[in-house]
Design a protein around this ligand. Sequence first.
Ligand code: UTP
Length: 418
Amino acid sequence: MKEELKNIITKLERNNQKEIVNLITNVYSDEENEKIASQIERINIEKVMSLYNNATIIPFVDQSKIEHIKYTDLSSLKEEEFRAYKDLGEKIIKSNKYAVITMAGGQGTRLGHKGPKGTFKINTVNGEKYLFEVIVNSLQKANNKYGVVIPWYVMTSEDNNDQTISFLEEHNYFGYSKDKVKFFKQGQVPMVKTDGNIVVDKNKLIKEASDGNGSIYKSIKRSGLLEQMKADSIEWIFVGGVDNILLRIVDPVMVGLTIKENNMIASKTVAKRNPEEKAGVFCKLNGVPKVIEYTELPKAMAEEVDENGKLRYGDINILSHLFNINALEKLAEIDLPYHTAFKKSDYLNENGEVVEVSEPNAYKFESYIFDGFSFFDNMSILRVKREDEFAPIKNATGSDSPETAVALYDEYNKKYNK
Ligand code: UTP
């Protein structure tokens, strides 16, 4: 056995990876061993095992440390404030200091569409449109208004990167300047079975899965895009999801408000419908901004109202974020916490047989973009109207489905874009 393979086996044994060790020593051919060995060399097995060891520990949130976060309601801004923010933001956009990142590395499992979510087609009052096309249309509208071409960066995953690029190539980027579009891949982390063995896929390699949208910070740096943005004098970067067809990706008011408030990050929110709505809300935890999951917010707090009778923790995260370039630079150096999801994953057992499962059996590790907010003392929160900016496509049917989202999109467009 080659020296490198022996070292790999020692490393695996140290981390109790009995199944892979058996595959390597008793089942795989030399060629198969070479392939898995080169994969293992670039994986930090110790780190993966520490994620596994923490997988079942439910993060403790000290409720006594949760406070309300201040927000600005767009609809109650005074005319002169609105103007001042808008002017300031427009200056940034017109001087080519604004860029947009679309996070499109998700798996879209709930929607069940084959292929990247951005390639999903909807039928709207403005005709048939792909989700990527909806985004390009918003960018083009802003470009025409401000006389610029806003750089557009798309975060993909190892799984959907090639398909995403060829889709946009085939559709000629929906008319966008190709040289202003860049792609970067997010990271991956191996999945681990409940028994502590790393999942080996039927392709005989370790199964790595996308590590969540919090991957964005390190991935833009790793891909060289952060340096590129700095070289291009980009100062403010909007980051949004791929699946909200009313997402306002170029909003000077958001930029202006954030600058005036002297913050480096901002998020738009919509008012929570009722205490029971299953959505993460903004708050302050230990004095810093935080998105708290509905599962972690105690019922009494979820129901608490302020002096105006509005929910005290009523600002829903709609994945509409703004960052100063310096904030992204800082976050690229920070290791965000990982959250654990329990998933079904077929695997290869230690004898090389494929095992199909019908129940969740493995942990998937993800970091979330909003966990980055807690590394700042403050952030701007701009509350907007739900019907104007939030029409997500998450599920195939029912709530947050193509049907509900298109209805909202059509309503909005009939009202404002006649
Ligand atoms: P969601 O959390 O809704 O996940 O992503 P999803 O993958 O689209 O859908 P489900 O949960 O599998 O049904 C919110 C946004 O974050 C992006 C998604 O592409 C979407 O724009 N995302 C999510 C990533 O870019 N990478 C990830 O690893 C996860």
